[in-house]
Write a protein that binds this ligand. Sequence first.
Ligand code: ADP
Length: 209
Amino acid sequence: MTCILGLSGGIGSGKSTVTRILTELGATTIDADAIVHEEQAAGKPMLKEIAAAFGDQVIRADGSLDREALGALVFRDEDARARLGQIVHPPVIAEMMRRAKAAVDANDRLVVLDIPLLFEGRVSGRGSGAIMDFDETLCIWVSREVQIERTMSRDDCEAAEAERRVAAQLPIDEKREMADHVIDNSGTLEDTRTQVVALFERLTNSAAH
Ligand code: ADP
């Protein structure tokens, strides 16, 4: 039996770090952001739909997506954000489900779907009819202060910018309440690894029965 785990957290909380450890332990990992980038590559139908909806100003001269221009357009406009979600979410969800199904058919023990906005609920593609099913959900947690510190040092940005990005998401303490499992990534990487190994063993053992 395969266990399908939905993994999330907040910006800078350690999603990529924990996903990497789970991959090393033998999990099959599916990265929602990576799929979004693949589907938005030059020449892909999604990019044409985005250009049709938001205008050529979101396309660079080389035909690739201008993420900053698109981000600036949707940042303050909820309707534009919803329209973008309607274009992006269904094909991305379909591709994640296709990969998850392939892993189930191959009898992989643990499939991890790394989805930044899992707990915001946007992944269910409200209104699109698409639904993702998980056996378990996991929140990678650190305090809001640590989120801001780590985002600043990783992305080399100012505190105000990191705070703005953290504030744009559901508070991480609420996500923690919604998850079946929590990894506390406040300590050293070694502390985190110990927790991840224990969780991996629990999930893969219970999936075996
Ligand atoms: P996310 O994918 O959730 O945005 P990352 O995994 O990229 O977060 O982690 C954010 C930053 O914090 C990265 O630079 C990462 O190397 C660092 N980091 C992650 N976990 C720890 C930890 N336990 N101790 C110190 N630094 C960490």
